[in-house]
Write a protein that binds this ligand. Structure first.
Ligand code: ASP
Ligand code: MG
Length: 437
């Protein structure tokens, strides 16, 4: 059994919905995981924001606009009035549900219920389309099997047992459709796997069923060796290891949700990145095999804040690191990169929410400097500790750029370099020339 996941743009219009039919009806048994139509989750988030701000009128108005948009989609998508009526009924039901919440107090739980509508709609629209076309398929509700535990981690035991039960009820079916992104939390309430989480749904399902392969379908032919938005002549990476893919997904390659590699790696399930616009293209295949190329790819992550703590008291002393880390732990802020010298520690964070509190608490340790608008450049490649002479090209490429921090040796698959965001495009271009030309 394979798992196919289609992202928001792949179900972004009636035309795109239709183009999925040949891709999924090839006679092989598969679970089809869908995102919401492109833009929908953003819109639902905006509606929730208005609702939480107490602007119920604004929230209702926006809901009606989105509601109308879905009726237009349904009118265009189906050729028979029977199926367009069925779809329009379902659409009204989902949007009336949202509007009905506005008479109640806003809560995080109600917000999650609003956000879940996008995937509930897209999966039903595809299911109806297949039925209208005369292709047998079944829809199984993700909320009947997808669940996270008290730490927000997939509850594999629960997921496996319940998914197997759902699948047993649609025995002999070739196309089984379900929602990405949405799940239940430890209290059994509607929740989600966070933005972009449909990829994660697909690999969790793949791991729970020990699937043959998970295919993530988007509108680009796999991961590129540099950012095509800034660099010309980037190339698709044909093969990638789980570790390399995880680094790239984390450091900016938007094509894959960073958490989605874990479940696949856990059960050693190949993940293939495919393009709905060019289905014949083999895309990128992610497996446990290492590529062992000197350099595989470059990615950049913006919005980084650098913090440096300096204190002469650190000299030959111990316990400083613990105190520094405690300041971040107290404010639940993850640290990305870290480098140390005898009297100073530099590190980076992404989440600025508690920056002031953190700086205040670090001030008792030493002198604190903060620098915003930083970018981490991540070079993925072969950096195993026994290798020699692999990195000079990186530093030659960055010769004319102020390098703020370097993290080498933490990972066998990557080197991270901190630069000013204003130097990012120059750095990416220059790295491409030096490493991949
Ligand atoms: N629809 C959700 C989002 O936009 C999940 C996903 O697309 O993966 O974040
Ligand atoms: Mg996505």
């Amino acid at each position: 059994m394979k798992v196919y996941k289609f992202g928001g743009t792949s179900v972004g219009s009636p035309e795109r919905f239709r183009s999925l039919i040949p891709l999924i009806s090839d006679g092989e048994v598969k679970i089809v995981v869908l995102s919401a139509m492109a833009g929908t989750t953003n819109e639902l988030e905006e509606i929730s924001r208005l609702y939480s701000d107490g602007d119920r009128e604004g929230a209702s108005r926006r809901t009606e606009l989105l509601h109308a948009k879905y009726h237009t989609v349904a009118d265009e998508l189906y050729s028979s009035s029977m199926w367009s009526e069925k779809a329009n009924d379902l659409i009204s039901e989902q949007f009336n549900f949202i509007t009905s919440l506005f008479s109640r107090e806003f809560s995080r739980h109600n917000e999650k219920r609003i956000l879940a509508r996008g995937e509930l709609l897209s999966t039903a629209l595809l299911h109806f389309l297949l039925l209208e076309t005369g292709i047998s398929s079944s829809l199984i509700p993700a909320l009947n099997f997808m669940r996270v535990d008290k730490d927000g981690e997939p509850d594999y035991f629960y997921i496996r047992e319940n998914l197997k039960r759902e699948l047993a009820s649609v025995k002999d079916e070739k196309i089984i459709i379900t929602q990405g992104f949405i799940c239940r939390n430890v209290f059994g309430e509607t929740d989600n796997l966070r933005r972009g989480g449909s990829d994660y749904s697909a690999t969790i399902i793949g791991a729970a069923l020990t699937a043959e392969e998970v295919q993530i379908w988007t509108d680009i032919s796999g991961l590129h060796n540099n950012d095509p938005r800034y660099v010309e002549n980037t190339k698709v990476i044909r093969n990638l290891s789980f570790s390399e893919a995880a680094e790239l997904a984390y450091f900016g390659a938007k094509i894959l949700h960073p958490s989605s590699i874990n479940p696949a790696r856990l059960k050693n399930i190949p993940v293939r990145l495919k393009n709905t616009m060019e289905p014949a293209d083999e895309g990128t295949l992610i497996t446990s095999a290492s590529t062992l190329q000197d350099y595989t790819a470059v990615a950049a992550k913006d919005g980084i804040i650098a913090i440096r703590i300096r204190s002469d008291r650190m000299l030959m002393a111990y316990g400083f690191m613990r105190r520094i880390f405690e300041a971040f732990e107290a404010f639940k802020t993850p640290i990305d990169m870290i480098t140390t010298s005898e009297v100073s520690v530099s590190l980076t964070i992404e989440d600025p929410t508690f920056l002031n509190d953190i700086v205040k608490s670090l001030s008792s340790i030493g002198l604190v400097e903060v620098e915003r608008d930083q970018t981490i450049i991540c070079v993925v490649g072969d950096f195993r500790p026994d290798r020699v002479g692999s990195a000079p090209e990186i530093f030659e490429a960055l010769n004319d750029i102020p390098v703020k921090m370097i993290s080498y040796g933490g990972s066998e698959n990557s080197v991270s370099i901190l630069i000013n965001t204003s130097d990012k495009i120059t750095a990416l271009k220059s790295l491409s020339e030096k490493l991949f030309a």
